[in-house]
Design a protein around this ligand. Structure first.
Ligand code: GAR
Length: 200
């Protein structure tokens, strides 16, 4: 059973989708804790409602990014997870955290990487005028949304789409894709060699 720590900054709908996948038996795993950089993150409420430890690690204690990430790493490590799952975690993890974590870190991004990394990916896609966008689950490395891609889901961009309508359709795909990828990982079916990821 996959033991996960979920990092989330906001609404927590991807966290909820993961929890529902576990509850329905589609994902053989357990969320050991949900940790947020925001005290008011809805994701923490979702965890508390299920008696899952919910922690706020304050990024503004005056000890800088390095200090914050050391505290974050200590909180994560105390849970002894098999992996770290970023679900709408809106900070860029430093290379020290990524290397010292010692377990894979997964992220979901609302675009077909390497297109539209960073913030407001859905708005970037609408503005650019692409016909297809979607979402990507990838391993986290030191870059911004640059880690090895594990899987993607494609969403058609409609002429009348706004950032909001496209985001909603992409989000529905995110909710399916993330749990699927995590289940593949829990089954030992994801192999990573450099940038190339194979699903066995
Ligand atoms: C999701 O669309 C996720 O892909 C995105 O934030 C949203 C979080 O929603 N993540 C990023 O943009 C990370 N760069 P949620 O809190 O409802 O899961």
């Amino acid at each position: 059973m996959l033991r996960m720590v979920v990092l989330a900054s906001g609404r927590g709908s991807n966290l909820l989708a993961i929890l529902k996948a576990i509850e329905s038996g589609r994902l053989s795993g357990q969320v050991a804790a949900v940790i947020s950089d925001r005290e008011d993150a809805k994701a923490l409420d979702h965890a508390r409602a299920r008696q899952i430890p919910a922690l706020w690690v304050n990024p503004k204690l005056g000890d800088g990014k390095a200090g914050y990430e050391q505290r974050l790493l200590a909180a994560v490590s105390a849970c002894q997870p098999d992996c770290i799952v970023l679900a709408g975690y809106m900070r860029i993890l430093g290379s020290q955290f990524v290397h010292e974590a010692g377990v894979p870190i997964f992220n979901i991004h609302p675009a077909l990487l390497p297109a539209f990394p960073g913030l407001h990916a859905q708005a970037q896609a609408v503005e650019y005028g692409v016909r297809y966008s979607g979402c990507t689950v990838h391993f986290v490395d030191e870059g911004v949304d640059t880690g090895p891609i594990i899987d993607q889901a494609v969403v058609r961009v409609l002429p009348e789409d706004t950032q909001e309508t496209l985001s909603a359709r992409i989000l529905a795909e995110e909710h399916k894709l993330y749990a699927q990828v995590l289940e593949l990982y829990s089954q030992g079916r994801i192999r990573r060699e450099g940038r190339r990821v194979t699903i066995l």
